[in-house]
Structure formats: structure tokens, C-alpha cells
Design a protein around this ligand. Structure first.
Ligand SMILES: [Zn+2]
Length: 430
């Protein structure tokens, strides 16, 4: 049995953007069973009144590092290289599996309350993140970030890669299919070509996706050109990494030719505007990527470089910053930003029957209160969602038809316990 949301406004992409007013949406088990103006037989169904509200697909945070919530406001206002090597890597070396667990649960509290239902996460001790994800009810593409030490010809005994393979074997398809496991070469500057090739082979053998950072900074771009004689995208393309379905975070300094290669190999372009601005990495060529038909999705990156996991803010930034850069007010439209944050993210992460409000799709949906002052008047709802909406407007969150959150109440996670433990591990770490 399931529930019906009555008289709600649905915003979702099918082939085109659809805004359906005063419709009823019925959910049976994990999936959307009915969407339309008729009233389905309600016997045995819970009924939710949707008046003054909108029902959207859950937001997809397509690039983050959830345990980095513990490092929020720990190292700010510095360049990526200094931030990463002099601060982040040093404190990360002290973090144990318990820290990772509580840090990721803190991220899940924040994501759920803001309407994120699915995320792509790259870190270490990922079995603990998988455990936290299973408990939270969220959907995720998880991967162990891989960095090689010595440059070797043969990585068949590499400890981290073996860990990633074990993670896949233990967790891929777990929690009723809510968890999928990817492989993550961290970046071209932390992985040798041989190591990237070994990771590609492992992913290919298991049918897994790749989640990596690509061309985030000018330094990464120039160093790669100097060391390998080619751009990061061309370098990864030549290694054959993109023969595996890939999500590429950042892509700030990719060239026109790079984007042709990304399109050719169906690589998803994960735009992280907040993180790129904060670390002064630059502004990614998203309007060009959209023109080429590349699948562009949105991510927050970790909470240490953002400093939040608020996908509404990313949507707004994505719709704004390209206008400012190009002096073209049509560069990224509100509807495009909304699409990046929903269906494009779900597609990028390989959750193909998710990301739309559509019969037969998984009921990953959020109810947003659009009767608050900052939505009025609603001349154009999609503009209000991209430019005016706040994370706090999210009232109710469902994943696979299960309610995870309702008006401040967490249904799967223990907020007080998580905050207590975050404070406890932080007093040891810092
Ligand atoms: Zn990242």
C-alpha cells in the first residue's frame, strides 16, 4: 500500500519541462503508480494535502565528499593547492573510520533537510559511508578515492585498489539497490597513468562507473600539459578511462576539443560552482558544454570548500555566474539549472529510473512549500525555484516511496545522537 499527494503542482522533466497544476500523485511501494487529475481509489492510502506546495524530483548532488562536513570552516580563503596539501590532507591523515561515519551522517542530515535524495560521494573508509547511507534511506553512488604512492608498472597488489574492489563486492546494489559503487582515481595529479589504467580495468571488469576530478585548476591543467604534453581530459581519454561510464567533477579549464571528447564518450560534466568560486578555481564553460549536448549535473563538492551541501544554492549559482561571465543573460536559464540538479544528476550517476516525477519511476520526491512570501507572486514557478527558493522551504522528502523527513522531523536518522557524536569526534580531532 502507499499514499496519495492531492492537489499539488508537479514540476518535472519528461522530454520537455512539465508543470502540472492541481494533480494527484499516488505512490505504491517504491514507485510512482499514478500521476494525473483523476482521483485514484483511496481506500487504504494515506493522503497528503498538496495545496500551496510543489512536488519536485529529489535533488541530486552529483559530486561531494560527505565526511568533509567535519572540516567545514577549518581552512578557508586559500588556493586549492595550499588548502589541499597544507591543511586538508594533514587532518585527513588523522581521521578514523568512526570520524568518517559521523561526518557522513551529519552530511546526510543536511542533505535530507535540503531536499537532496541522491548523491555521489568520494572518500575513504567508504564502507562506513555505505553503512550510513543504508541507514539514512538515501540513494548514492559511492567510491573510495584512489591516490597512488609509488609509481609502479603493476598495481595488482595495491592496497587501496583492493579496498575499492572489496567495497564494490560488499556494497554494490545493497540497500534494495539504493547503493551503487564506483571507482575513483582522485585526479591526474595524484594518480600515475599506470594507476589510472589499473583502476579503469577493475571498473570495466565489474561493470562499475568512474567518478573523478578533472581539470579543476589552472595549475592542474598546465602541469598536466607540461608533464604529459596534453590536457587532463585528453590524457584520461588516451588512457581509455572514458571507455567506462564516467562522471567528471569540475571541468573548469576544459577546452573545446576536450568537450568534444567528453561528448563522444558520454562523460557527464559535474559543475560545482560554489566550490570553484570559493577556491578561486575559475568558472567552468557550462554554456558551451550545454550547447554540445553534454550531460551537465550539479554538485556541492565537500563542505570544506563550499561550505554547505545546499543544492538550491548551486542551482542559483549555476543560473547566475555564467550570465556574469559571458554578459549573456540567457547563458544558463533557470529551467536548465533545475534540470541539472534533478534528472541530469540521476542520469549521470546511473540511476536511470529516478529523477523525474513519472509513472513507473522510483518515488524520490520532495514537497516544497511555495506559499511563502518569497515565492509570491508566482509568475513563473521555475524561475522562483532557481532564483528565490531556499533549502528551508523543503517540507517532506521521500526516497523509494519512503518518507525520510517531514517538517523538521527525521524519520531514519537520530539528529541529536549524530550532533553529539560529531562534537565528540571533533574534540578529539582538532
Ligand atoms: Zn571533490
Amino acid at each position: 500500500m502507499g499514499f496519495v499527494i492531492k492537489n499539488i503542482t508537479v514540476v518535472s522533466y519528461n522530454d520537455e519541462l512539465e508543470i502540472l497544476e492541481n494533480v494527484n500523485v499516488a505512490v505504491d511501494g517504491e514507485k510512482i503508480a499514478y500521476l494525473g487529475t483523476e482521483m485514484p481509489d483511496l481506500s487504504g492510502y494515506d493522503v497528503i494535502n498538496g495545496e500551496g506546495k510543489t512536488l519536485l524530483p529529489g535533488l541530486v548532488n552529483a559530486h561531494t565528499h560527505t565526511p568533509m562536513t567535519l572540516l567545514r570552516s577549518y581552512a578557508d580563503d586559500m588556493a586549492l593547492h595550499t588548502w589541499l596539501y597544507e591543511h586538508i590532507f594533514k587532518i585527513e591523515a588523522k581521521m578514523d573510520s568512526e570520524d568518517i561515519y559521523w561526518g557522513s551522517q551529519l552530511a546526510m542530515l543536511e542533505m535530507i533537510a535540503g531536499g537532496t535524495t541522491c548523491f555521489a560521494d568520494m572518500y575513504y573508509f567508504m564502507d562506513r559511508v555505505a553503512e550510513a547511507t543504508a541507514q539514512s534511506g538515501l540513494k548514492a553512488l559511492l567510491s573510495r578515492g584512489l591516490i597512488n604512492g609509488a609509481v609502479l608498472d603493476d598495481y595488482s597488489n595495491d592496497e587501496r585498489l583492493s579496498e575499492a574492489i572489496d567495497l564494490f563486492k560488499n556494497w554494490n546494489g545493497a540497500a534494495d539497490g539504493r547503493i551503487r559503487i564506483a571507482f575513483s582515481p582522485h585526479a591526474v595529479y595524484t594518480c600515475s597513468p599506470q594507476y589510472i589504467a589499473a583502476i579503469r580495468d577493475a571498473a570495466q571488469k565489474l561493470g562499475a562507473y568512474i567518478h573523478t576530478h578533472v581539470d579543476e585548476t589552472v595549475k592542474e591543467h598546465n602541469d598536466c600539459v607540461q608533464q604529459y604534453g596534453k590536457t587532463p581530459v585528453r590524457h584520461l581519454y588516451d588512457i581509455g578511462l572514458f571507455d567506462v561510464p564516467t562522471i567528471a567533477a569540475h571541468c573548469v579549464h576544459v577546452t573545446d576539443r576536450d568537450m568534444d571528447r567528453m561528448k563522444q564518450k558520454n562523460v557527464s560534466f559535474i559543475h560545482n560552482p560554489g566550490s570553484n568560486l570559493k577556491l578561486a578555481s575559475g568558472i567552468a564553460p557550462v554554456p558551451d558544454a550545454l550547447k554540445k549536448g553534454i550531460n551537465v549535473a550539479l554538485g556541492t563538492d565537500g563542505a570544506s570548500s563550499n561550505n554547505n551541501l545546499n543544492m538550491w544554492e548551486e542551482m542559483s549559482l549555476a543560473a547566475l555566474i555564467h550570465k556574469g561571465k559571458s554578459l549573456d543573460p540567457t547563458a544558463v536559464k533557470a529551467e536548465e539549472a533545475f534540470k541539472m540538479a534533478t534528472v541530469n544528476g540521476a542520469e549521470a550517476l546511473g540511476f536511470h529510473d529516478t529523477g523525474r516525477i513519472k509513472e513507473g519511476y522510483y518515488a524520490d520526491m520532495i514537497i516544497v512549500n511555495i506559499s511563502k512570501p518569497h515565492y509570491l507572486p508566482s509568475h513563473k514557478l521555475t524561475s522562483n525555484l532557481a532564483y528565490s527558493a531556499q533549502a528551508a522551504d523543503v517540507e517532506t522528502v521521500f526516497v523509494n516511496g519512503r518518507m525520510l523527513y517531514d517538517k523538521g522531523d527525521y524519520k531514519t536518522l537520530d539528529r541529536e545522537k549524530i550532533i553529539y557524536n560529531v562534537n565528540r569526534v571533533c574534540s578529539r580531532l582538532f
